[in-house]
Write a protein that binds this ligand. Structure first.
Ligand code: DAH
Length: 349
């Protein structure tokens, strides 16, 4: 028999050449079967030929065989890795992210509530009110105590509020809750700013209400606050009337009905007589729309923030935002505002 190690060298040369030449996974698989197949093929033939090697040569020849086999296997693995990375590279090249998309771009629409918020800020900004923000997670001082809301007031009932029991532990400020009203911001502003102040704050509030077409556990309020020397209820009525005329149309009338809020004295509910200017229709007679609560800031609130109620006075108001937005855009269900159904949102494009 010829020298088997010479056959090893031929085998190795041809195998590595075939593997290197394989340009596709299929080529590579064919080369693998030919040169490394377990049941048949060149390696199997070589292995069979080992049977005729003289006994004393067997250890050396067997070792040489194993080494050749290991190297050819390594060449296969290396070529396989090369082909895979070339394929991944080709996929990246095929996707040119700098090209413009094929589908026409859809231009988004401003959410109707965002529009209403922007309009309110615009109108009240022109009346000299600066828009400010406050935190949505609040302590009891800002949500209740400083607003003159007594400990036994039903609005403080844990069932009427979202208390954050875990987050409240160890904070040293008493329990925290998701604010139930934006009146909290009145306190935050007055704590930090000496009078006069003239601000609005529009933001989310949270109450565990059962959700239906007109109620939600999260909604928006606009809080207004004006404090200074000689501020009276006439100013309140003027500001609300000017606001309503700008938003609902010229000639809109505003009326006050007596009410009660712990943080205002006297307190009112404000309504606007709307004749359907803008979109929608208030009818020839018009109809009274509830704006929300308002009143003259209670002296206890002024004292709670370190203001002198003998020197300054002020008014405040708090309106729900969703009602205005829904009325303006003819939206019949408050849930539509948060469901984010694109069929709904596209209508405002
Ligand atoms: N915070 C009140 C509420 O959520 C609304 C309100 C009433 C705010 C009277 C005011 C106000 O500023 O003066 O029901």
């Amino acid at each position: 028999m010829s020298d088997p190690t010479a056959a090893f060298a031929d085998y190795e040369r041809e195998a590595t050449a075939a593997l290197a030449a394989a340009a596709t996974p299929d080529d590579l698989e064919a080369a693998r079967i030919e040169f490394l197949g377990k049941k048949q093929g060149r390696l199997r033939d070589l292995q069979k030929s080992l049977g005729s090697v003289p006994k004393e040569d067997k250890p050396a020849v067997g070792k040489a065989f194993n080494e050749v086999k290991t190297r050819v296997q390594a060449a296969l693995d290396a070529r396989q890795a090369e082909l895979e990375s070339a394929r991944a590279g080709a996929a990246v090249d095929a996707l040119d992210v700098t090209l413009p998309g094929r589908a026409p771009h859809r231009i988004g629409a401003v959410h109707p509530l965002t529009r209403t918020i922007a309009e309110f800020k615009g109108i009240l900004g022109r009346l000299g009110f600066t828009a400010v923000d406050g935190p949505e997670v609040e302590d009891e001082r800002h949500n209740f105590n400083a607003l003159n809301i007594p400990d036994d007031h039903p609005a403080r009932d844990p069932l009427e509020n979202f208390y954050l029991s875990a987050a409240s532990v160890g904070k040293g400020e008493g329990p925290l809750l998701l604010r139930s009203q934006t009146s909290t911001v009145q306190i935050r502003v007055m704590e930090q700013t000496p009078p006069p102040v003239r601000v609005i704050s529009i933001g989310r509030v949270y109450r565990p209400d059962t959700i239906d077409a007109t109620h939600h556990c999260q909604f928006h309020q606009m809080e207004g606050l004006m404090v200074g020397e000689g501020v009276t209820m006439a100013h309140l009525k003027t500001v609300l009337t000017l606001f309503c005329r700008a938003y609902l149309g010229e000639g809109t009338k505003v009326r006050f009905r007596p009410s009660f809020f712990p943080f205002t004295e006297p307190s009112v509910e404000a309504d606007a007589l709307w004749h359907g200017a803008g979109t929608g229709d208030g009818g020839a007679e018009g109809r009274w729309l509830e704006l929300g609560g308002a009143g003259m800031v209670d002296p206890n609130v002024l004292e709670a923030v370190g203001y002198d109620p003998e020197k300054v006075s002020g008014f405040a108001f708090g309106f729900g935002m969703e009602r205005f937005c829904m009325m303006r855009h003819g939206i019949s269900d408050i849930r539509l505002l948060t469901e984010n159904d694109v069929r709904f949102l596209r209508q405002f494009g």
